[in-house]
Unconditional design. Sequence first.
Length: 122
Amino acid sequence: MKLNQVTVGVRDYEVAVRFYLKLGLRQIVHAPPHYARFETPGGETFSIELVEQAGGSTIVYFEVEDVDAFVAQLDLPLTQEPVDQSWLWREARLADPFGNQICIYHAGQNRRFPPWRVDTKD
């Protein structure tokens, strides 16, 4: 199994497109007023879809090499400044204009291979 993409709900197509372009994603599908797809520099895809209500409990994680440098160049308000977490990730957080939570993080090998990883040998 391979994760294809994440789609979040938004209430205003144009506002959402501007936000995610400002975050650094590249738009690859433009289907106003209800759907857009973006691509990360690594090739993963992320989409927005017009919905009645947006902003659930989903958190979208975008990994970068240097959290501090990345968020310093953003012209977007953070809900959490960069901080080292006990699970060995450095994270900063923000929300899109519709309440969807975004985590900008760096974990390196600790994302898939933390020291406490469960051994899944058959």
